[in-house]
Design a binder for this molecule. Structure first.
Ligand code: SF4
Length: 234
């Protein structure tokens, strides 16, 4: 990692893509050219030392390579699950996406998979159990039943699912779910309550409708945005 003052340049700052094109035009902060042969060998060994990892890596390369531009993401999930030999698929769903999850379950069952789904509100635990006070709860726009991604993961672990599909878990809840899931996870729906579960729209429109996202911290709109987030995390 090259430190250019306060900005640590990395792949997100690169327009060369020489790691793909192999044209030797790599920028001077290139993460690929910074790697030693020993580090690359160590990385390669990580794919081959674990049979599950190797199988998943090959399956995803096949699903991508053989059906590029032809398969929807739903079909990608089916293809990947088949190729890793998964028979039982877990669905970790947001309560607000139960209908879509039911449709997904129907599709997967038609394809021969055993399906087991767990909703985010499973356990019906109160948010005060997390250490959130009644005073804070009063300011929330959501109800008092907590999303329980750890329990979702543990119930799917107990059920022995071999691939878990995330259906619209909130930011952070998905992080906790992935941390606790024993099976590999993939996302089918990524929640965005404003953009119809299409979060990339904010990036596509960052020079128009969502230009406030590019305003530096300290501006009024940025402060407003941050204070909204800070309240929830208190
Ligand atoms: S690895 Fe190097 S060439 Fe590839 S995107 Fe990152 S900086 Fe650019």
């Amino acid at each position: 990692m090259t430190d250019y003052g306060t900005v640590h340049y990395s792949c997100v700052d690169c327009s060369k893509k020489s790691c793909l094109k192999l044209d030797g035009q790599n920028p001077d902060f290139c993460l690929t050219t910074a790697l030693s042969e020993a580090e690359l060998d160590e990385m390669r060994a990580k794919y081959t030392a674990d049979e599950q990892i190797q199988r998943a890596a090959i399956a995803s390369a096949e699903a991508d390579g053989l059906f590029y531009g032809q398969h929807t993401r739903v079909e990608d999930v089916i293809e990947f699950a088949s190729r890793i030999g998964a028979k039982k698929i877990g669905i970790a769903t947001c309560v607000g996406l139960l209908s879509e999850s039911r449709t997904l379950a129907k599709i997967l069952r038609k394809k021969g998979f055993d399906v087991y789904g767990v909703c985010c509100k499973v356990g019906s635990a109160d948010k005060t159990r997390l250490g959130i006070s009644e005073e804070q709860l009063a300011g929330f726009r959501t109800g008092r039943i907590m999303c329980n991604p750890v329990l979702q993961a543990e119930l799917l672990n107990e059920a022995g699912t071999e691939l878990n599909v995330i259906m619209g878990l909130c930011v952070g809840h998905d992080s906790l779910f992935i941390r606790h899931s024993e099976a590999l996870c993939t996302s089918l729906v990524v929640k965005d309550r404003v953009l119809g579960n299409n979060p990339v729209a904010a990036l596509y429109t960052v020079h128009s409708y969502y230009k406030h996202l590019l305003e530096p911290q300290g501006t009024d709109s940025a402060r407003e945005f941050l204070s909204g987030g800070a309240e929830v995390g208190k």
